[in-house]
Design a binder for this molecule. Structure first.
Ligand code: 26Q
Length: 826
């Protein structure tokens, strides 16, 4: 079957894929028969989804090819976003929206007796990321394509994504995420674009015509096979590429001659060790462990990516001396830092450039984003492991370090401690953040406070050495997925009131403020929220069997479970409220539904214990007839992008309560605000910038500020017991952790108890408890006046445009990548 090459058409100023309903129906029917060899009416929903995905991908192909041709012809600067993680979620809805054919598709399918939403839900989430960092990469891809920026992703095609979480007996149980089981209609395997990545072995140096040469010998070769996924821009005829690499043995044929020679085991173990490289995503997001396999993963995708970029560049441009004028490579945290020595290796060993030229090109090409200040997340690799696995790369890092330390010795005469701190190789480790800073031209944090902390504290030595490298790029989220796609009812209201210019210019959402004195608009906002809450309530009933009251405040904390994010603080105040209700059954409170979701790293005992506490508190409260019409607690399992799309539009209160200074930015805070939730927050990460946008009256702030936290860190003086001694409520709720109230095994939550008291409460939960309870009281006061509350929600929506990742990406493009952006149709 030949699918007609679809052109885009301009309709009412919109640039959409040109397809009418009847052709769509015909194409879809044909596609289904071709794919499954049977009639549509006999197909399962899964098969219907596959046919639809496959058809939409076919529609995209010609524009994808045209976009690539255009990039090759015009020679525009290409941006490559290197990331260990891309948390895309589902793609079908995104594609339909961005192609502008969602309505036609929905109607056509409905005439064929198919419900679009129903089959959309059968797509498996592409969950190749842990959380914020991976989702940010996905939002950035969407924004680059939608802003006509030639920007592509480069990463790993993990066979198993982030684990699936089940809650069994109140505990997290991990199951593998076999996301490719039913195939993946979005990717195209590019067998002819494979690269070889070399591990181990040794390096022989020699001399040819007076020039040093380096030959890598006895290495283990790994075949890197690229799978390309189209990234469709919003109604603009641009389709960029996400290229994910999969590891395969160099020869796929099983080597039976080895078998006869008795090397069977060796052959199998080679195959297994190669396939292990792209087998599974590491599920830790804030704790570094020096695992060799992780280092292998990093070099694997970075080497394959850089080799393919250089190959492509040479084919279309030729002159390697202007590589940095035509290519920008961005590294998402330190995980792809090996891009620096790998690019050096290619420029030196394969292109024959001098060290000075190669270094200039490399620094100009690479830029780096830092996403965390948690010391335990900083990557460093033992020298021996590094050297054995990547002998040539190690030599290059050593030389980078030697030249750089020479600079430091001249500048900081006799300051050995400082030099040791700043060196790339020291104390037997290769320090990746140091390498990333030295080898790049730009280092950015992800929110204003975070960048200031990097400059003035965590990376101050480097800031004083290279002040002009440091800059801030506050994170953002794509409003296409997080508003247009996930909240169609709110989108309609916005279009009706302020027109649709906000779709291309999200800051135009500000015009919504002019409508917030209109009682009809305020009413509509309330109705939309109610509708979304009812949808979520159905999901909650389906998954947890809990009936929740949609008139109650939906109070939501969904994110990775981590001590610094302080789900414990949230849980303790629920326990306190429960105590109050038991003491005073007639207490007149606004009913609340407390909703949690999130995964703990499998080896993070405390985080798993927090999940168990939430679940046990939920069970106790939900089964207690004395209170359960007033409060309910829900822990939803397996938090992922799709679940977030259901939860966020249904939220009244967004909990952003991390210990100040610890959350680099946060991005769900932005998604909630864009969907009209009120934020209760500490002045951490991007919460500060949200407050600056909406004003103090439209956000609820509590807790220690950055200065106070930093001061405690620097000078000490914090005593958890002192606070405990003075606060009866705290005594009661912490006792409840160990007195059998929530679990007959009284030692069950001892680790939480001890973290709070014996180990002096590293994250200031006790310190912020009182202020948090008062802030929650303010929430109640505000919610009483429903109209006022809805108006606040409207103000939050109106100010959320600045947090579109389109704004962020424009800042990266002009401030870091030097993209020559043509904002066509914008
Ligand atoms: C490192 C070494 C070994 C194994 C794993 C890792 C690893 C993996 C993932 C370390 C960190 C991550 C992810 C970090 C992350 O998601 N950080 C979040 O990034 C968001 C986007 O910038 C911010 O909004 C969040 O504040 C930040 O926590």
């Amino acid at each position: 079957m030949l699918i007609a090459i679809n052109r885009y058409k301009l309709l009412g100023g919109r640039c959409m894929l040109s397809i009418d309903k009847n052709s769509f129906k015909r194409d879809y029917n044909n596609k289904f028969v071709q794919l499954h060899g049977k009639e549509l009416k006999e197909g399962s929903n899964q098969q219907k989804y596959e046919a639809l995905g496959s058809l939409v991908r076919d529609y995209v192909i010609s524009t994808w090819m045209e976009t690539n041709n255009k990039y090759n012809q015009t020679g525009e600067k290409q941006v490559y976003y290197f990331s260990m993680e891309f948390l895309l979620g589902r793609l079908l809805g995104d594609c339909l929206l961005n192609l502008g054919i969602r309505d036609i598709c929905k109607e056509a399918l409905s005439e064929l007796g198919i419900n679009l939403e129903e089959i959309e839900n059968l797509e498996h989430d592409q969950g190749l990321g842990n959380g914020g960092l991976g989702r940010l990469a996905a939002c950035f891809l969407d924004s680059m394509a939608s802003l006509n920026i030639p920007g592509h992703g480069c990463g790993i095609r993990y066979k198993y994504g982030f684990f699936e979480q089940k809650i069994v007996d109140s505990q997290q149980v991990e199951a593998s995420d076999n996301w490719l089981r039913e195939g993946n209609v979005w990717e195209i395997k590019k067998q002819d674009k494979c690269e070889i990545v070399k591990f181990g072995g040794s390096v022989i140096s020699g001399e040819v015509d007076g020039k040093l040469t380096f030959t890598h010998v006895n290495y283990e070769p790994v075949l890197a096979v690229p799978y390309d996924t189209p990234i469709v821009g919003y109604e603009n005829e641009v389709v960029n590429t996400l290229r994910l690499w999969s590891a395969e043995p160099v020869s796929n044929e099983f080597d039976f001659s080895s078998f006869s020679r008795g090397d069977f085991i060796k052959a199998i173990s080679y195959k297994n060790s190669v396939e292990a490289i792209s087998l599974v995503l590491y599920p830790e997001d804030s704790f570094y462990e020096g695992k060799m396999l992780r280092l292998k993963q990093q070099y694997f995708f970075v080497s394959a990516g850089i080799q393919s970029i250089v190959r492509h560049f040479k084919k279309h441009n030729g002159n390697i001396a202007i590589f940095d004028e035509k290519i920008a490579i961005h590294i998402n945290d330190t995980h792809p830092t090996l891009a620096i020595p790998e690019l050096m290796r290619i420029l030196l060993d394969e292109e024959g450039l001098s060290w000075e030229t190669a270094w200039r090109i490399t620094q100009n090409t690479i830029s780096y984003t830092n996403h965390t200040i948690l010391a335990e997340a900083l990557e460093k690799w033992p020298v021996d492991m590094f050297k054995n696995l990547l002998p040539r790369i190690y030599m290059i890092v050593e030389e980078i370090n030697r030249r750089y330390c020479e600079e430091l010795w001249n500048k900081y005469v006799g300051q050995w401690d400082k030099i040791a701190r700043m060196a790339i190789i020291s104390d037997g480790y290769v320090k990746m953040a140091n390498l990333a800073i030295v080898g790049s031209h730009s280092v950015n944090g992800v929110a204003k406070l975070h960048t200031e902390i990097l400059k003035k504290r965590e990376m101050s030595d480097f800031y004083y050495l290279y002040p002009s490298k440091f800059n801030n790029k506050t994170n953002g989220i794509t409003h296409r997925r997080w508003l247009l796609k996930s909240n169609p009812k709110l989108t309609s209201l916005l279009k009706e009131t302020i027109g649709d210019s906000f779709i291309k210019h999200p800051t135009d959402l500000e015009n919504f403020k002019n409508h917030l004195d209109d009682p009809n608009v305020i009413n509509r906002l309330g109705e939309i929220k109610k509708y979304n809450k009812e949808n979520l309530a159905k999901e909650i009933y389906k998954s947890n069997g809990i009936l929740v009251d949609t008139n109650s405040i939906f109070d939501v904390q969904v994110k990775r479970i981590h001590a610094y994010k302080r789900q414990t603080l949230n849980c303790l105040r629920i326990m306190e409220l429960y105590n109050n209700l038991l003491e005073n059954p007639n207490l007149d409170i606004i009913p609340r539904t407390f909703i949690f979701a999130g995964k703990a790293a499998p080896g993070y005992y405390l985080a798993k214990n927090i999940i168990e506490l939430i679940c046990r508190v939920a069970k106790t409260i939900n089964n207690d007839k004395r209170v359960n019409d007033k409060i309910k607690v829900v822990m939803l399992e397996n938090y992922n992008v799709s679940l977030a799309e259901d939860i966020i539009p249904a939220t009244d209160l967004s909990e952003q309560i991390s210990t100040t200074t610890k959350e680099a930015s946060g991005t769900s805070n932005m998604k909630f605000m864009m969907n009209g939730a009120i934020t209760i927050a500490t002045l951490d990460g991007a919460n500060i910038e949200i407050k600056d946008e909406v004003g103090e009256d439209n956000i609820i702030i509590f807790g220690l500020n950055a200065e106070e936290v930093l001061n405690y860190h620097k000078n000490g003086g914090y005593s958890a017991w002192d606070i405990w001694n003075k606060d009866k409520r705290l005594q009661r709720v912490t006792d409840d952790l160990i007195n059998g109230k929530y679990c007959s095994d009284i030692d069950r939550f001892r680790s939480i108890y001890e973290n709070l008291l014996t180990y002096n409460d590293e994250f200031f939960v006790l310190k912020d408890f009182d202020s948090y309870l008062k802030a929650q009281e303010r929430v109640n006061q505000l919610y009483i006046d429903k109209n006022k509350w809805q108006k606040m929600c409207g103000i939050n929506i109106a100010h959320s445009g600045i947090f579109s990742s389109d704004r962020t990406i424009k800042e990266y493009a002009t401030g870091i990548w030097g993209s020559t952006v043509i904002y066509k149709n914008l």
